[in-house]
Ligand binder design. Sequence first.
Ligand SMILES: [Zn+2]
Length: 333
Amino acid sequence: MQELTQRLTGAFGISGYEDEVRAVIREEIAGLVDELHIDAMGNLVTLRRGTGGGRRVMLAAHMDEIGAMVTYIDEQGFMRFAPVGGLYPSICLGQQVQFADGTVGSIGLDGRADRNQAPKLTDLFIDVGAGARGEVKQKPGDPAVFRQRFAAQGNAWFAPNMDDRIGCVVLIQLLRELKGKDIAHDIYGVFTTQEEVGLRGAMTSAYAVNPDVAIALDVTLTGDTPHATPAMEVYMGHGTAIKVQDAGMIGHVGLNRLLVAAAEASQVLYQMEVLTGGSTDARAMQVAREGVPASAVSVPSRYVHSPSQIVDRRDVEASVALLRSLLRGPIQL
Ligand SMILES: [Zn+2]
C-alpha cells in the first residue's frame, strides 16, 4: 500500500486536470473490476459486480487536489495566481510548486507586503527563475500544485495531496482485498473529479450510478496538534473516522449505525467525526436524484490543504478494514 500511495501522490492532478492520476488508477485496478468507463466530467466509474441480492453501493474518492492557477505574468516573468480550491496564502510562501509539464517554481512575496503579517494571496507570485516574460513558458490559465514528495517515517506518511489520494488508495486497496471474495453488493468504485472546487464530479456520477447507499472516502482534520482550533476528538493513529456531520451534510444515521457495528464486529479502531468546516463528495451523493443514504469514511490527516499533510498508515488500513467488514454483510438501513 505504501508503494501505491507513493505512486498516486506523485501524480499531477489539480481539479479539472486529473488525467495523470486517472491513468495511474486505471493501471492499478486492472483486473479488479468488471466494468470501467470515463464519463463526460472525467470521473473514472467502475463496477465490481456482486453475487446478487445486495445493494448498489457507491464508494467515491476524489482524484483532484488543490493548487494555483496563473492569472497574470509581469514583464520580469513573475506570475500572479488564483486559488484552485482551498489554497491558503499563509502556507504558500516559500513553497515550491510544479506545473503539469514539470516546470518548477518558488512562491515569493511582493516587497510591498509586510513580512511580519500573514500574506494575502495577491501579495504572492510564482517565480520560475526567469529574467523576463519571454523566458516563461507558462500562460494565464496554467495550473500548478505543491511539489513536496512522498515520505514515510514510522507509521507516518507525508505528501502534499493526501487529500484525497489516500482516499483513492483506500478504494484501490479495498478492491484488491475483495478480489475473489463473494460479496452480494454491486460496488461502484468511483474516482471523482473536481471535488475541491465544489463536489462536481460526484454530483454527476451519483446521478448516473443511482446508488442505494453512498460513502465518500476522504480525509478529515485532527484535534491533536498544539491548541488545534477548532478542538475536535479525531486523532491521527486512533483509527478510521465515521462522519457524523460536517459543514455540508449529516451522515445517514442508519448507515452510520451499520458502520459502527461493522467496525466493532471486525475489531476495527474507529472514531466518530464531527467536522465544523468543509465537506466531501458524500454531500453531493446524498442529495443526488431523490436523495441517497450517505456518509463518509475518513482518514485523519494533519495539515490538510498544506504541502505537508500527514496520515497514519494504520488509519488507512483501518479504513479499508471497516469497508471490507461492512460489505461482507447485508446493508439494511
Ligand atoms: Zn478531500
